[in-house]
Structures are given as structure tokens and as C-alpha cells.
Design a protein around this ligand. Structure first.
Ligand code: LLP
Length: 413
């Protein structure tokens, strides 16, 4: 168990989190290196002898320490910007195991990716293909690409993070893909190497991913019959995690076993782009209770973390468990956990049955390793939180808390 109680104290691996909160200060993200590496290894082991590249979706958590852990374990990376590529290279990632996704790659980003020698572009429009061809030609290189196809499959998740339906901005309609691949043969500096798809995120029932995989594989069969040298299939990310008690996330090995059953016989290299399922359960956000307040309608627990630190509850009505760092015998309350930001949407939990936390006590906001810090901002001129990496019984600050000077860096009066 990565996060567990011993003598009523919450530990991550072998480290008592209250000691971290006191020394590193709050708000502070804490990640378990063992949990991150174990999740990567679960994917790797389940894919086994099938030729594969696991491309961790950098957007989920792009901190250098996290990327560096994964790079050392042999992981590849799925990037969506030049900034993410820069981070991967800084962290020691292998550009030969990088795929570049996203609907709006700029000329500069395409050039940077080609000069860095990335493995593959996941392309989302014919205009983008033309631009990659042009930049590759100018650099005298050939770019490998996949079309990201839109299989029109409902991922059954929050509408903001569902991507595989016909009216979403993502991908190229799967029915149009053969014609686009055929036209792409005219681009002298491109080589079609795969087909990719990603239907959404936080998917708890993975049958839609299998359905999408089935559609993509039959497209690949058709393309191969047309004489295209497609050698890989990229099935994106999306596997969900358990945020709430009673929620059941599929085990990584089960999901991959189901995929293997379908893909094994095609002789393709399998690529996947998991993000949340690798880092989500591995992280918590530590926060301190500042005040308690009772309105005529509600109890409020006012903490020093806010929507700028973790926007998921405000943006997706996401549920994150709230755990005391020190479990006391006291009764439970029902309260809203809110931050200092001046918006009613600034809440971390609503009408939550929780520990009767008093000012000065610490709480952990659970399952915050994915899309937590990565989506944080300086709204209300709040310096971004510190980040800590735990390894066994040791821990270190891997990102300093921002200072007021950081807040105004690059600005002029
Ligand atoms: N590949 C592509 C092309 C993606 O767009 C994404 C996520 C992934 C892979 C990784 O998906 P994952 O394995 O993490 O589900 N901010 C939202 C999630 C946005 C997901 C965007 N794309 C949240 O906090 O729930």
C-alpha cells in the first residue's frame, strides 16, 4: 500500500506525511516513486513479448523528477507541445521513444521535434501533414506519421475529457482515413507508419477502448492490403483510476490482456499512452486547515490549497478523497473543503463527510498525482506549490515552492 496509516499517521511508502508537511510547507504535492515505477512496470510486464512502446502521457504530470524516474525505467513519452519535449529531453528521455500528439502543432514545434529525432507524429489533419512534410523537406529528413483516427466510440466519461465522438475536434473520421493515407503518399518527406486513436480519459469500463481497437485494426488490415507499410498501432491512454470509495478501476494487467487477445496476431508494434493510471494514485496534495466557519447552511473547512493548485473538483466536479494526516478519534462532520481563492467554484470537496479537522491540522487530498500540479496556475497571484518525491524511507523536494519574485519574473512595469 503506497498510502497507508500506521499508528493513526498517514504514511507514503515509509515516510510520515506530517513531517513532510511541516518541513516542506503546504500546499505541497507528494509523489511515491515506487508507485509510479510499479504502474509503468505493470504495463510493461503485461505487454510482455508483444513488441511495444509505452509512451507516458507527459501532460498528466510533467515534473522533471517524474519524467526522469520513468525515463530510467525505460519508458517512452507522448508529448503535445514543444515545452513537453523540452522537459522530456531535460529529464534524460530517449527522443526515439517519443510520439507527438495534438491538433495544433506549430511550425516551430514540428521543427524542434524533427531535429530532436522523435519517433512518430500522431497527425490530426491534412493541413498538419502538409506542414510536417514541408518542414521535414527543409531539414532533409523523413517524418514517420500515424493518423489519429476518430472511431466514433463513446468513452462514457466526463464530456470534457471524452474525445472519440464524431463531433469532437480530435482525429480524422475513421471512414475518411483510407483516402487521407492515399493522398499522403504524395508527400515526399512523410512515411505512414501507424494508426493512432485515443477516445477519452478516466475510462472505468474499458470495453469502448476494445471496440475502438477493433475498428482501428480493421482499418490497418485495409491499409496493409493497399500496400502501406503500417507497422504499429497506438491506442492512446485513458484507463481510469478509483477516486471514490466503491469505485472499481480495472487492473492494468486485465486491460492489457484483453488488448493482447485482439492485437497479438497482427504482428504490429503496440503503443499506448497512459497518463493518469501511472501517476494518479501515486500522488497526494497536502494542505493545512486555516480556519473553520459555519454559515446558516453549511460548515466550511478553509484550507491553504485552492482551485489554482488542484482545479479538477471545480472543472469536472471531480471527487478526491480527503484524508487526515493524523487520524483522531473525534466524530465526523459534513463540510465543504474550500480554499482562499475568491470564487464560489473554489472547492476541493462539497458536502463531504469527513474528519472534524481543526485549524493547524493537515489533510491529504488523495489521487492527485495526475492533472494536479500540471493544471495548476498562479490565479489570485498564488505561488505554485512545492513538489516532493518519496523513495522508500527518504524524501526530497523536487520542485521548490514558487516565490513572489517568481510571480513577476519577465514582467515590466
Ligand atoms: N493520449 C492522448 C492523445 C491524450 O489526449 C491523453 C489525455 C492521454 C493520452 C492520456 O490519457 P490518460 O491515460 O491520462 O487518461 N485534465 C483531465 C484529463 C485530460 C486528458 C487529456 N488527454 C482530468 O483532470 O481528468
Amino acid at each position: 500500500m503506497t498510502f497507508h496509516y500506521e499508528d493513526e499517521r498517514l504514511l507514503c511508502e515509509g515516510v510520515e506525511l506530517e513531517a513532510v508537511a511541516r518541513e516542506a510547507g503546504t500546499p505541497c504535492y507528494v509523489y511515491s516513486s515506487r508507485s509510479i515505477v510499479a504502474a509503468y512496470q505493470a504495463y510493461d510486464a503485461a505487454l510482455g513479448s508483444l513488441p511495444h512502446v509505452i509512451c507516458y502521457a507527459v501532460k498528466a504530470n510533467s515534473s522533471l523528477a517524474v519524467l526522469s524516474l520513468l525515463a530510467k525505467a525505460g519508458c517512452g513519452f507522448d508529448i503535445v507541445s514543444g515545452g513537453e519535449l523540452y522537459r522530456v529531453l531535460q529529464a534524460g528521455g530517449d527522443p526515439g521513444r517519443v510520439v507527438f500528439s495534438g491538433v495544433g502543432k506549430t511550425t516551430e514545434e514540428i521543427g524542434f521535434a524533427l531535429r530532436s529525432g522523435i519517433r512518430n507524429f500522431n497527425c490530426e489533419s491534412e493541413g498538419e501533414l502538409a506542414e510536417i512534410d514541408r518542414v521535414a523537406g527543409a531539414l532533409g529528413v523523413t517524418a514517420r506519421f500515424s493518423l489519429r483516427v476518430n472511431p466514433d466510440v463513446d468513452a462514457v466519461t466526463h464530456p470534457y475529457i471524452s474525445t472519440g465522438l464524431r463531433d469532437h475536434k480530435f482525429g480524422i473520421d475513421i471512414a475518411d482515413a483510407p483516402a487521407v493515407y492515399a493522398r499522403a503518399r504524395d508527400f515526399r518527406n512523410l512515411r505512414a507508419s501507424g494508426v493512432s486513436c485515443h477516445i477519452g480519459s478516466q475510462i472505468l469500463d474499458y470495453s469502448p477502448i476494445l471496440e475502438a481497437a477493433g475498428k482501428v485494426l480493421s482499418l490497418i488490415g485495409q491499409l496493409q492490403a493497399d500496400g502501406l507499410g503500417i507497422d504499429h498501432v497506438d491506442l492512446g491512454g485513458g484507463l481510469g483510476i478509483a477516486y471514490q470509495p466503491g469505485e472499481q478501476a480495472p487492473a492494468i494487467h486485465e486491460f492489457i490482456a484483453a488488448l493482447r487477445d485482439r492485437i497479438g496476431r497482427y504482428g504490429l508494434t503496440v503503443m499506448i499512452e497512459p497518463g493518469r493510471s501511472i501517476v494518479g494514485p501515486a500522488g497526494v496534495l497536502l494542505t493545512k486547515v486555516l480556519y473553520r466557519k459555519q454559515s446558516p447552511a453549511k460548515k466550511f473547512v478553509i484550507v491553504d490549497a485552492a482551485m489554482n493548485d488542484l482545479i479538477r473538483p471545480a472543472l469536472y466536479k471531480a471527487h478526491h478523497e480527503i484524508l487526515p494526516l493524523r487520524r483522531a478519534g473525534g466524530g465526523a462532520i459534513v463540510a465543504d473543503v474550500v480554499g482562499p481563492v475568491c470564487e464560489t467554484g473554489d472547492f476541493l470537496a462539497r458536502d463531504r463527510e469527513m474528519t472534524d479537522a481543526q485549524p493547524g491540522e493537515y489533510l491529504a487530498i488523495a489521487s492527485a498525482g495526475a492533472y494536479g500540479f500540471a493544471q495548476s496556475s498562479n490565479y489570485n497571484s498564488r505561488p505554485r506549490a512545492a513538489e516532493v518525491l518519496i523513495d522508500g524511507s527518504g524524501w526530497r523536494v523536487v520542485r521548490e515552492r514558487e516565490s513572489f519574485e517568481d510571480l513577476v519574473r519577465g514582467e515590466t512595469r
